[in-house]
Design a protein around this ligand. Structure first.
Ligand code: SF4
Length: 376
């Protein structure tokens, strides 16, 4: 079993209310802590823990985890972005915060809590997901990678195997686990029935080294993807955020070459493309935290959703080149633009989805196609 990176985690605070029932997530955490130097502290009031760290630090700490109950909703639709083409994705909120430290991470600006939080009341989450999804006339794509990395904390809490198992019994849903880690070995022998897509966010190794701190290398991510594909999982890739830099064309082409050298494109569920963007307020945080930050020095324009993006002509150049490379590898491969304008969709695909439902249909078709070739 893998360990989380060396530098992390110093303490896990466990909400005592989770101890009243035989909680699997707590048991997993205790078992992991047993063979590491992680300190366990039991607490009665999660708010007090938040407040004590709020006083201590302006920005969230990455070496402290609070394991507590979520008393709110677990499942919600992806908030998307005003005026951008959306793909009707659903988000499972099983915690917020991440042990990695990507310089561009939107959580820096979004999180209003000072430490990583993991929700241990998984049974409540599964109950809610089931009641909202089952028997609806719609195929749901749901993921856990919105407010944290889906697999980064799996060595400790092992939440993903529970979800993978759960989704085998939900005919009208596909689970997506999105990661920058290489933690897949514990998932390989599970009876997943191909209901889970494991996807990796990718960037060229020079970018990973500079700004995706503590994450797995490009090679490690691709080799884990290959292992997962060999174990029958559908695989996804997110080239997001694409970073515009001097050698961008060469480095993203090499990245795609490496992917297709190792991965069978026929079983890739999807590839998303999205250029670097940020919300107001994030630039200042990034410049404060990363003194030599280059990302926010590029000229950007503000979009209808209030986010800053590269100029249109730059985004067009990037997407059209990457489209050319991807289509050369496999013209049937399904790829899409994440949080992009109708204008950009039209320029790149000569088509604008009529609605998020309409776009969602292409995802379903791709999943069905992969299932159909698996049966041959
Ligand atoms: S892996 Fe994702 S959630 Fe974690 S720091 Fe990077 S961008 Fe943020």
């Amino acid at each position: 079993m893998y360990n989380v990176p060396e530098y992390s985690i110093k303490t896990i605070f466990i909400d005592k209310s989770l101890l009243l029932e035989k909680n699997l997530i707590v048991q997993n955490a205790l078992e992991y802590a047993n063979h590491t130097k992680i300190n366990i502290e039991y607490i009665s009031n999660p708010k007090e823990v938040f407040n004590s760290f709020l006083k201590e630090t302006e920005i969230f700490k990455k070496d402290i985890i609070l394991l507590c109950k979520n008393k709110g909703k677990f499942l919600s639709s992806c908030p998307g972005s005003d005026g951008m083409v959306c793909c009707q994705y659903f988000v499972i909120n099983l915690g917020i915060g991440c042990i990695y430290d990507c310089h561009y991470c939107y959580l820096q600006n979004f999180m209003n809590q000072p430490i990583i939080t993991v929700f241990g009341n998984i049974e409540d989450a599964l109950h809610e997901i089931k009641s909202k999804i089952l028997n609806k006339k719609f195929h749901f794509r749901v993921g856990t990678g919105e407010y944290s990395d889906s697999l980064a904390l799996d060595p400790i809490f092992k939440i993903s195997p529970i979800l993978i198992n759960f989704f085998t019994d939900i005919p009208n849903a596909t689970l997506e686990l999105k990661t920058k880690s290489s933690f897949v070995d514990h998932l390989l022998d599970l009876p997943h029935h191909s209901k889970t897509v494991i996807s990796w966010s990718l960037n060229p190794q020079n970018i990973i080294k500079e700004i995706e701190t503590y994450t797995a290398s490009l090679e490690e991510r691709i080799l884990s993807a290959r292992k997962a594909q060999e174990a029958g999982y559908k695989i996804g890739f997110h080239l997001d955020p694409i970073i515009y830099h001097e050698d961008w064309e060469k480095s993203y082409k090499e990245l795609l070459d490496l992917v297709f050298d190792h991965i069978n494109p026929e079983r890739i569920a999807w590839i998303s493309l999205g250029t670097f963007r940020y919300s107001p307020g994030q630039k200042e945080i990034m410049q404060k935290r990363f003194i030599n930050d280059d990302l926010t020095k590029k000229e950007m324009i503000i979009g209808s959703d209030g986010k800053f993006r590269y100029y249109k002509y730059i985004r067009y150049e990037i997407y059209s080149k990457l489209k050319e490379y991807i289509q050369k590898k496999d013209p049937k491969l399904f790829f899409y633009l994440c949080m992009e304008t109708q204008y950009m969709w039209d320029k790149i695909f000569h088509f604008i989805p009529k609605s998020s439902k309409n776009l969602d249909m292409y995802f379903q078709k791709r999943l069905q196609y992969i299932d159909s070739i698996a049966k041959v």
